[in-house]
Design a protein around this ligand. Structure first.
Ligand SMILES: *Cc1c(COP(=O)(O)O)cnc(C)c1O
Length: 360
């Protein structure tokens, strides 16, 4: 049975997008961020497509363990680090590098007697105010880490940019300057840039870049399209019409009757909804491609279906193909129509959506 709703993943586009990142950061090493199931694209599939990057980054230890169990031998950095001693044991066993961002973690490391087993990134909070040590604490933390027998190799340093998607925001140069000033005289490798940093901030490139969303062909900037950045989308979300019917002037469509027909029209029902990951808050007017042409979404998105206005396609019929986002209809545009960011849409694809891999 062909699935009603399915996602097509073009894994070759991943390699293209890595090449774009490398062009922007030719001298930096590249840590590909594949947290959250590879931004919804499938952790192992994306890791396969990323052969040749210098390292992987995931958010949680269990994501790193999945990669190891599947046979990936690349360095893996766990961005949230270990949470407790039991976590740390798993990191050691699976050779996962940790971010150290808190005094709780530091105290756990100081109790360990194993020698030279753990790769470490010391995280500095330069203004994101999420994870990381304050700059004033860095010297002391570094000294204590140096005494930890468990740590292998040189201690590396990272920070995370809070506003890098806004090229006019002075916070980014401030964060970069604070990071560099804090680390004056330290030898270890440094990492600052997420996708927006890679594409928009030369001074953020440092020794390692950490692109995520751009690898999936999505622009990190609200003002710049993926096309302008030379990125190729990896995911397309598709479905089909399952009903087509006339509605009369004045009738309402869908839950809560939020849409009332201003005049008689032809209504299309598409087999996709928030149960598949299509955004519940997509507004009336959000574009949907039916037979490759744009029609507006109307009314509320339900769990399994959406409704579209087929006034411009009087010959549309059940079975006709529908794209919710793809090469021709950017996921960035759908995110905008749903008051969200494209990250949430690709991450939110649910189990029910069948994944089809396709090469170019
Ligand atoms: C998610 C994440 C990234 C990647 O961010 P993108 O915006 O997807 O490129 C990089 N670094 C850290 C610490 C992250 O949490």
């Amino acid at each position: 049975m062909t699935p009603a709703a399915y996602a097509v993943l073009n894994t070759e586009a991943v390699a293209h997008n890595v090449a774009v990142a490398r062009r922007h950061a030719p001298t930096a090493k590249l840590m590909a961020v594949i947290k959250a199931n590879g931004y919804g694209h499938g952790l192992l599939r994306i890791a396969d497509a990323l052969a040749g990057v210098d390292a992987f980054a995931v958010a949680r230890g269990d994501e790193g363990i999945r990669l190891r169990n599947a046979g990936f031998t690349q360095p893996i950095t766990v961005l949230e680090g270990f949470r407790n001693g039991e976590d740390l044991d798993a990191f050691l066993q699976q050779r996962l590098d940790t971010v150290v961002h808190s005094f709780q973690q530091l105290e756990i490391l100081e109790t360990r007697v194993e020698t030279e087993q753990l790769g470490v990134w010391l995280k500095i909070d330069t203004g994101m105010n999420r994870l990381g040590f304050r700059p004033a604490d860095v010297a002391g933390v570094y000294q204590r880490l140096r005494q930890c027998r468990i740590i292998a190799g040189p201690i590396r340093f990272m920070t995370h940019l809070a506003n890098a998607d806004d090229k006019a925001d002075p916070k980014t140069p401030e964060q970069i300057a604070l990071f560099n000033a804090t680390l004056e005289g330290y030898a270890g490798e440094r990492s600052i840039a997420n996708s927006a940093g890679v594409l928009g901030w030369q001074e953020a490139l440092a020794d390692w870049v950490r692109p995520g969303v751009m690898l999936y062909g999505i622009s990190p900037f609200p003002e710049l399209t993926r096309r302008e950045l030379g990125l190729q989308p990896v995911m397309g979300l598709y479905s089909q019409l399952i009903a087509v019917k006339p509605v009369r002037q004045g009738e309402t469509v869908g839950y809560s009757g939020t849409w009332r027909c201003p005049e008689a029209t032809l209504l299309g029902v598409v087999a996709v909804g928030y149960g598949d990951g299509y955004p519940r808050y997509a507004k009336t007017g959000t574009p949907v491609l039916v037979n490759g042409r744009r029609v507006p979404l109307i009314g509320r998105v339900s769990m399994d279906m959406i409704t579209v206005d087929l006034a411009s396609q009087p010959d549309a019929k059940p079975g006709d193909p529908v794209a919710l986002w793809n090469e021709a209809l950017p996921v960035e545009e759908i995110a905008h129509c749903a008051d969200t960011i494209p990250y949430t849409l690709v991450c939110g694809i649910t189990q029910r959506v069948q994944i089809i891999e396709r090469e170019n």
